[in-house]
Design a protein around this ligand. Structure first.
Ligand code: ATP
Length: 245
């Protein structure tokens, strides 16, 4: 059965500040409804790849200088971040980026800023279904624990009713137990809401157990790809990325 590819990145090159070449021909496909992970060491260019897709690259003086990015068959490489959100792609940034002096509910409403429909209240309840402990936190979001802030950042993405969510290192700064919990919830959201996901991680072991497919990046290139299971059993992966995991 042919899979429907919703996001297709073809041979992109990205340059920062007009001279620093960071991505050297990255290609990847994300099939509809699946969870795909992008792995690799610090500085490999994982975040840059996500920002190229979400359009946020432009806010950091980065530019896609070669290649194409297509979402549902339409080129998005030159669209603004706002246009890309309206087309259905929402990025959860590394480091969470919630608004600390707003409440949980106010933060969630911000995620729905592009929407004009009446389903927003129901979607807040949907977020509380996945993250029940957020419902109990009535103070400012700045008082939430790191794990709760990560949950809120993911909840805010759900509020945008996106077709696709880009997640940048959801495990960052979380305890092993919490990482497991958050990954479980991400997988449930992916399956139950049918939201396609592209997830950047340093925690390869955890990511590959949740993912349908994975790509491994090094120095701005894809060096390996395969199903979650194939990569978990790959000897190079075991040696370099899965040791101790
Ligand atoms: P990490 O896990 O550390 O975030 P990463 O794989 O996501 O790593 P990127 O953040 O995409 O890697 O960075 C890739 C390269 O691009 C690094 O060498 C980094 O120094 C450089 N880089 C990132 N952002 C910028 C920027 N705004 N201006 C110039 N260079 C940048």
């Amino acid at each position: 059965v042919e899979k429907e590819i919703v996001l297709s990145v073809n041979n992109i090159e990205v340059v920062y500040d007009e001279v620093i070449l960071v991505l050297r021909g990255i290609s990847l496909d994300v099939p509809k409804g699946e969870l795909v992970t992008l792995l690799g060491p610090n500085g490999a260019g994982k975040s840059t790849t996500l920002k190229a897709i979400s359009g946020l690259l432009k806010t950091e003086d980065g530019e896609v200088t070669r290649g194409t990015i297509e979402f549902k068959g339409e080129s998005i490489a030159n669209s603004s971040p706002d246009e890309i959100v309206r087309k259905g792609i929402f990025q959860v940034m590394e480091g969470r980026r919630i608004i600390e002096d707003m409440t949980v509910i106010e933060n969630l409403r911000l995620g729905a800023y592009t929407r004009r429909d009446k389903g927003i209240k129901d979607d807040i309840e949907k977020v509380f279904h996945y993250f029940p402990r957020l419902k109990e936190r009535t103070g400012m979001a700045g008082y939430l624990s790191g794990g709760e802030q990560q949950m809120l950042a993911i909840g805010r993405a759900i509020m945008a009713r996106p077709e696709m969510i880009l997640l940048d290192e959801p495990s960052m700064g979380l305890s092993p137990l919490l990482v497991k919990e958050v990954f479980g919830i991400i997988r449930n959201i992916n399956k139950e809401q049918g939201i396609t996901m592209l997830l950047v991680e340093q925690n390869a072991n955890m990511a590959l157990h949740s993912a349908n497919y994975g790509y491994v990046m090094e120095s701005g290139k894809i060096v390996l790809d395969g199903t979650g299971e194939e990569l978990l059993n790959n000897e190079d992966m075991k040696e370099f990325y899965l040791a101790g995991g």
